[in-house]
Design a protein. Structure first.
Length: 380
């Protein structure tokens, strides 16, 4: 994949790349995306939840998998059996995990990575607690100290990032001082990777960028070489289920929050907030048809959104026309960042929110390669 190659160049020669495929690969489909990345040479994967890791194994993913959030201690044996690494960021939970591992008499060592609290305020051990935590892992049976990591709070802020990296180095130094050998370390996610001077350490964890998107706060800051090299993976297409001419003064959808002010041609697209197209975009978004932007009008319903196609040149729009709500068509483009601004959120939520009932069609250079639907459950 082109995005993986771009990230490898940013990370530097020989730096392992472990894409983040949590939340169904940010709405793109975890199994198909991870298999494609595995085939392209990804060195491993990161997820947020244990079930996500198990699903990757069932999808045929063989390489290293790290669960970034702590998991219940009772799952230690299953994690070890499936060769899934887990994170620890709390001494009490770590003690419970070590006890569960010892009781299970594991045949395969459970790999444990320690998260360091460097300023995000969300998770991780304080530097003062790290030697104790690492020492407990070293003294326990059936486990292995497998990694040391942290997460940046504001990668676009050089001063904040520098302070976090300094705390991370201090944490590593405290382990060295205690005579503990450092495992592999990783810090950089997409925000750091799309900028110059990446603190790559022993690996990187690209999330949004692996899907071809630049973090919103770095738009206009990232150099054009990187920005242009990243290719958005997701686009959203629909064909109308009805196109009708309505008189002026006609209410469209619930409320109604929109009435036609003239005779209008209205196309109904079969998707709505049940598919991840949020109600907050009511009367605030557009779609592309024949390469031209048209307004989406009326209140977004669970299963439908309407487009006013009255002004589209040429023959009247019909149910044969394709609409693009996210992505490119002709010379036009609607980006995830644009949709995020319109609904006062970010690109992460925009793509991750796409619901499971939206069919995913996967393309290779040669054309469509497979489809995932609620019925198929995978590629077929």
């Amino acid at each position: 994949m082109a995005n993986l190659a771009t990230i490898r160049r940013q990370a530097g020669p020989g730096v392992p790349v472990h894409p983040v495929v949590k939340a169904d690969a940010y709405g793109h489909g975890a199994g198909p995306v991870a298999r494609a990345l595995q085939a392209a040479g990804a060195d491993g994967f990161c997820v947020a939840a244990f079930d996500e890791a198990v699903a990757l194994r069932k999808a045929g993913i063989r390489g290293p998998i790290l669960v970034l959030y702590p998991v219940p201690a009772a799952w230690a044996a299953e994690a070890a059996r499936r060769r899934i690494a887990v994170s620890a960021g709390d001494l009490e939970l770590l003690d419970a995990t070590l006890a569960a591992s010892a009781a299970a008499r594991l045949r395969t060592a459970l790999r444990i990575q320690l998260e360091v609290e460097t300023g995000l305020g969300r998770g991780g051990l304080r530097a003062a607690d790290l030697p104790e935590a690492a020492g407990c892992i070293g003294a326990a049976t059936g486990v292995r100290f497998d990694g040391l990591w942290t997460h940046l709070q504001a990668a676009e802020d050089r001063a904040v990032t520098a302070a976090q990296l300094a705390r991370f180095e201090e944490a590593a130094a405290s382990l060295r001082a205690a005579g503990i050998r450092l495992p592999r370390r990783h810090v950089a996610a997409s925000g750091a990777l799309v900028q110059d001077g990446v603190a790559a350490y022993d690996g990187v964890r690209p999330g949004l960028s692996i899907y071809g998107l630049v973090p919103d706060e770095l738009l206009g800051v990232v150099g054009p070489a990187v920005h242009e090299a990243l290719r958005p993976v997701m686009s959203l297409h629909a064909r109308p289920v009805r196109v009708v001419d309505l008189p002026g003064g006609w209410g469209i959808s619930y409320g109604p929050s929109f009435r036609t002010i003239r005779p209008s041609r209205i196309a109904t697209l079969p998707l709505g907030y049940g598919d991840g197209w949020p109600r907050s975009l009511s009367n605030r978004a557009e779609a592309l048809v024949r390469g031209r932007r048209v307004p989406l009008v009326g209140t977004v319903a669970m299963d439908a959104v309407m487009a006013d196609v009255t002004d589209v040149p040429g023959p009247p729009v019909t149910t044969a026309d394709e609409f693009v709500l996210l992505g490119r068509q002709g010379s036009g483009e609607i980006t995830a960042a644009e949709l995020a601004r319109r609904r006062t959120t970010n690109s992460w939520e925009t793509v991750t929110g796409m619901a499971g009932r939206l069919p995913r069609v996967y393309h290779a250079r040669s054309g469509p390669e497979g489809i995932r639907t609620l019925v198929s459950g995978g590629i077929g």
